[in-house]
Design a protein around this ligand. Structure first.
Ligand SMILES: Cc1ncc(COP(=O)(O)O)c(C=O)c1O
Length: 405
């Protein structure tokens, strides 16, 4: 069959494939523990549900404008004022089907074939394929000191004549690293100076720990004119536990937003009005669920990190935010793909191989699930990996026997 070059160059989302694998194993009755997830398990805010139900009850659910309904734009404008101390107009805002679509449409708006978009590694799995979908090239930037915290020098060294854009995701999926204010400020100013687009993927910005506050990129920007190339992306998926609602947004200059609207108008025609109303409900509603989620996640992180630190061979960097820990398991197995498969096959614990995020030898272990799952999952992993562990492990009344060394 003759498929397009682009179709042939794109691989399926590895995290979605893992979810499917876990679901199939579960259907067969396997006691799977999913430590590979990318979504909080709490309920969506009541304000979101009520807004959606009210609209559904009218029985008249129609097309709306592709850049988002006024009620959601208004909520995003208020959100931008509250968290970014920045007043924007409705023409500076586009609502999309998730932050994912907002980033994709932004890239389609700014990238020409063969141009480059650079992002620090480890990086979110979708960035390289999104670049490919534009016929462009994704370029990961590795911190020279091997950490999860690149410096402005690391970025500068990868910028060349083909560089069109930088994406920063802080706190970062998968490392949990929240880049320093100094680093973000340097990147904002560097991009302005070099006339490079900067996409701030802020989807986890409120899910940060140890008393840290979200970083506001606008604090470091100087150019607030129509020529500004700063695009800030956010959404309801993570902070409000509304992944399935598929609502995210971008805030940028009117010119950029108009171009993004033109593209989005031919793609999906925008996010469903029902779900946009739900997102507006969440943003305008009682905010306690965000803080409750943040506190739960911080506690989960503490438990997970202390359990991982009890392994002889695991190197752990404490995540500053998100709900992922990106730990170095290379002592046990250099290939993260092999290690991840070994863990699902032998002890039915699902983790995501680091290679998918551009770093071999690591596993991404999520702490967005139940604390009991984190404890049991890590216990099983330790049993599987530690050669000194007993020969047998009980999972309920199932007996696992080591047949490997
Ligand atoms: C770094 C990052 N950006 C964007 C997204 C997309 O979020 P949404 O569900 O709003 O499309 C995700 C989701 O996992 C993510 O991890």
């Amino acid at each position: 069959m003759s498929l397009s070059q682009i179709a042939k160059s794109i691989s399926g989302s590895p995290t979605l494939a893992l979810n499917e694998k876990a679901a199939i194993l579960r259907e067969k009755g396997a006691p799977v523990i999913h430590l590979g997830g990318g979504e909080p398990k709490s309920r969506a805010p009541l304000d979101a549900i009520l807004a959606a139900v009210q609209n559904l009850n009218t029985g008249e659910v129609r097309y709306v404008s592709p850049d988002g309904i006024p009620a959601l734009k208004k909520a995003i404008i208020r959100y931008t004022e509250e968290f970014y101390n920045r007043k924007v107009a409705p023409q500076n805002v586009i609502a999309s089907s998730g932050a994912k679509q907002a980033i994709m449409v932004a890239l389609q708006t700014i990238l020409n074939p063969q141009e480059e978009v650079i992002y620090p590694a480890p990086y979110w799995v979708s960035y390289p394929d999104m670049a490919k979908l534009c016929g462009a090239i994704g370029v990961p930037v590795y911190a020279e000191d091997g950490s999860f915290y690149p410096t402005i020098r690391d970025i500068e060294q990868r910028v060349g004549s083909y560089t069109k854009a930088v994406i920063l995701n802080s706190p970062n999926n998968p490392s949990g690293a929240r880049y320093s204010e100094e680093f973000i400020s340097n990147v904002v100013q560097f991009c302005e100076k070099r006339d490079i687009y900067l996409i701030m993927d802020d989807i986890y910005h409120r899910l940060i720990y140890d008393g840290r506050k979200p970083i506001n990129c606008y604090d470091y920007a100087k150019d607030f004119s129509e020529n500004s190339k700063l695009i800030v992306v956010n959404g309801v998926s993570k902070q409000y536990a509304m992944t399935g609602f598929r609502v995210g947004w971008a805030v940028a200059s009117k010119k950029i937003i108009q171009a993004m609207t033109n593209i989005q108008g031919h793609q999906t025609g925008g996010s469903s009005v029902v779900l946009q109303l739900a997102a507006a409900g969440a943003i305008n509603g009682i905010q306690s669920s965000v803080e409750n989620l943040r506190v739960t996640l911080e506690n989960n992180r503490n438990v997970l990190v202390s359990l991982l630190r009890s392994f002889n061979g695991v190197k752990v960097t404490n995540p500053d935010g998100t709900f992922y820990c990106f730990a170095d398991f290379s002592y046990y197995e250099k290939s993260s793909q092999k290690l991840s498969e070994f863990l699902i096959d032998k002890v039915q614990v699902l983790t995501v191989p680091g290679i998918e995020f551009g770093m071999e030898g690591y596993l991404r272990v999520s702490f967005c699930g139940a604390i009991k799952d984190i404890q049991d999952g890590i216990e099983r992993m330790k049993w599987a990996l530690d050669p000194n562990s007993p020969n047998e492990l009980y999972i309920g009344d199932r007996k696992l026997v080591r047949d490997w060394s």
